[in-house]
Design a protein around this ligand. Structure first.
Ligand SMILES: *Cc1c(COP(=O)(O)O)cnc(C)c1O
Length: 465
């Protein structure tokens, strides 16, 4: 029997045998970390690694083992931190507007526009005259063309848009809203809270499922500033329901000389009812039906960057433009660049192919099935079990909760690995592949995967097997 390496007999001696921070930084892992993270930050991490190993000392260990453990701890701290950085991932979840994965994936033109604007750009500068220009003017002009509104203004997101409109036009007065629209959207946007913070008083009318025009009419008093309609994006009340039309509410508001505002939430610039989205408000229609002011998100069904778009009557938009809050809610040059490119696709009529949200939404199950079968074949011989099965995709982004486009999924199971373990390994891939775990299997939905990312999934599955 070969002699055992000498183990430390007690903790005190082991503490003494722990590497110092300097020793750790001189190890291979220490030097690598310092090269990537910078000396100062690597020292901070090394200190934490030594402290972590010291705190977890239970069994006996040799000096070499202690060095190895501290180096591993340092590597793991640095790896964990690197994973915090925002990076590209492959969304194979089948959720088209995946809020946790950055909502709308941008079109190629929008991505290029962001890169082009990233250094200096003519964001407040007219190239034709060399004079100072107005931020967002071209994007706003495109919104006007595409929605039929008189004017438009872009702010940071739709929550900011709603807050701004209420603050500017309902401040200190009453807002009449249907009880069925007192909704919470995505956990931190609650209509009643936003109203309260904009110093407007709420006047709920009707019942959860039915509100009549007369309910609105009877609630309007001398202190009423606004009729508000909020699209209940992420849930549906079905069955015995009723609500007045936009045209009826617009007419009522006009006769009472109060503002009529619709928060459309996702809002579609074009009619998407043929893809099952008949319940999603169409922005140009709301404007045509008489909504004086509407708001909608840039990164939901529109398929652009994060922003909130306000469109409507010139007189009202002008007031917002001059409001002190406007500056606090304004959007940066890269968002404007991406928004312009996205809107230009609509103007050119190439939106259904250019804009990922729309091309994914309109992808046919048959073509997704062919892509899935081809991908499985490309993986070739593998210990994994890969099957192409029928399933459903999700629109996401708090839009169309009851719409589940039929799709074909790649189901992944393994004799050796649990579904959780497969999901984790796919997530650890470079680039990370984000999948769903469903009933003991991992599923991949190619509806939300760009064709150019299929090869990376093939590689990830081969490596996994
Ligand atoms: C999503 C949504 C919002 C919030 O929009 P963000 O762009 O996420 O800020 C507000 N109102 C409605 C009705 C929505 O659906």
């Amino acid at each position: 029997m070969s002699p055992m390496p000498r183990k430390n007999p007690n903790k005190t001696e082991m503490f003494r045998d722990l590497p110092s921070v300097d020793e750790l930084l001189r190890s291979d892992i220490g030097r690598d970390t310092a090269a990537q993270a910078g000396r100062e930050h690597a020292t901070r991490l090394a200190r934490r690694a030594v402290a972590d190993v010291r705190a977890s000392l239970a069994d006996t260990a040799t000096k070499a083992e202690l060095m190895q453990r501290t180096a591993d701890a340092l590597a793991s701290l640095w790896r964990g931190e690197r994973l915090l950085r925002i990076r590209r991932v492959i969304n194979a979840t089948g959720v088209i507007i995946h809020t946790n994965l950055g909502r709308a994936p941008l079109s190629k033109a929008a991505r290029e526009a962001i890169v082009s604007a990233a250094l200096s750009a003519n964001v407040e500068y007219y190239l034709a005259s060399g004079k100072r220009g107005r931020r967002g003017a071209f994007a706003e002009q495109l919104i006007v063309e595409l929605t039929g509104a008189e004017d438009a203004l872009v702010v940071n997101n739709c929550a900011a848009a709603a807050f701004f409109v209420l603050k500017a036009f309902a401040y200190g007065g009453e807002v009449v809203i249907s009880r069925g629209e007192m909704v919470e959207i995505g956990g931190d946007f609650r209509v009643p809270d936003v109203l309260e913070r904009s110093d407007a008083t709420l006047r709920e009318v009707g019942t959860t499922n039915r509100t009549k025009l007369a309910d609105y009419q009877n609630a309007i008093g001398k202190n009423t500033r606004m009729l508000l309609r909020v699209h209940p994006s992420n849930y549906r009340i079905v069955g015995f329901t009723a609500t007045p039309s936009t045209a009826e509410l617009a007419k009522l508001a006009k006769s009472k000389r109060i503002v009529y505002y619709e928060d459309l939430g996702s809002g579609a610039l074009v009619d998407l009812s043929q893809y099952g989205l008949a319940d999603e408000p169409v922005v140009p229609r709301a404007i045509k039906d008489g909504a004086e002011i509407v708001s909608f998100s840039g990164d939901k069904l529109l398929g652009g960057p994060q922003c909130g778009i306000i469109a409507g009557k010139r007189k009202l938009i002008e007031q917002l433009r001059k409001h002190p809050l406007q500056r606090a809610l304004r959007v940066d040059k890269t968002a404007f660049a991406a928004l312009e490119a996205t809107l230009l696709s609509y103007r050119q009529g190439s939106h259904m192919t250019d804009i990922p949200v729309l091309s994914q939404l309109s992808a046919r199950p048959g073509s997704i099935e062919r892509r899935a079968s081809r991908l499985v074949k490309a993986v070739g011989k593998t210990p994994l079990t890969l099957k192409v099965v029928e399933g459903r995709s999700v629109v996401g982004g708090g839009a169309a909760p009851d719409v589940h486009p039929p799709t074909f999924l790649i189901s992944v199971t393994s004799k050796k690995l649990s579904a959780r373990a497969i999901e984790e390994k796919l997530r650890a891939n470079v680039p990370p592949v984000i999948s769903r775990v469903d009933g003991g299997r991992v599923i991949l939905d190619l509806r939300t995967v760009a064709k150019s990312d299929e090869a990376a999934i093939v590689d990830a599955l081969r490596y996994l097997g």
